[in-house]
Design a protein around this ligand. Sequence first.
Ligand SMILES: *Cc1c(COP(=O)(O)O)cnc(C)c1O
Length: 294
Amino acid sequence: MSVTPVTLGEGRTPLLRAPRLSARLGVEVWLKLEGLNPTGSFKDRGMALAVTRAVEQGAPGVVCASTGNTAASAAAYAARAGIAAAIVVPAGAVAGAKLAQVRAVGARVVEVEGSFTDAYEASLALAEREGYAVVNSVNEDRIEGQRTAALEIVEELGGLPDALLLPYGGGGNTKAYARGFLEAAGRLPRLHPAEAERRADTFASAIRIVEPVHRAEVEDAVARSGGAVVSLSEERLERAWRALGAEEGVFCEPASAAGVAALERGVARAGERVVCVITGHGLKDADAVRRVAA
Ligand SMILES: *Cc1c(COP(=O)(O)O)cnc(C)c1O
């Protein structure tokens, strides 16, 4: 690339053993702590590349629709690059801390009445009007950047895990991991993307996406890997989220526990080595603690 890469120090996140979960579930559980990225979620891996490309192309700004973490990430990397950012969010559906992250770095927030899909359509219109680069996960650079997490896992474990479990919202991250594993090892571990049964109104706001934009590719990769999509009740999501905190001291946002919840559904066989991707930090949605405790 001809421009200096835009970076905030993303990637190289810890891969941590989870001894209590492992003992309780009879499998070897590892946690990839993506909440330790600069803005608190894995979105930073792809955003670094997407914003670098936007600068390279001379875009005056970036725009995205978001359930929150893409927004926080896009806003921060745009500020870092010295270009504008406009964030389109479904009104009332984004956790407060994520909006605070967006505002703190000076991005513009546009609230849209309706769903994530409505916000997404509005973001495309805004991109057209302002000449901004769209940095939603349909942006290929996002997927390319996010694939690095899979490369790190293979490097650190010295090979593929037996299975990978991760939350399934739009499916971009599942697609990115599949790409990274194929690149690093030439084949896939069993993929278990974990979605909320109640996609439209789950308390796990980061995966509150009714229509996953990458569904076809996710289903294809999952089938080739011998895995399966797992659907989770609110109760299971909540229980896994609490267990991660109480048993391992890992405080993540509710959606990020979906992989562990899938594990508790019994998708791994005894003794297998599995990686659960903990996608975002608990401080992103501290209100969730109060709501659940109440
Ligand atoms: C974006 C996000 C997800 C969902 O990832 P997809 O690529 O949309 O499937 C899960 N957890 C967190 C914390 C996120 O920010």
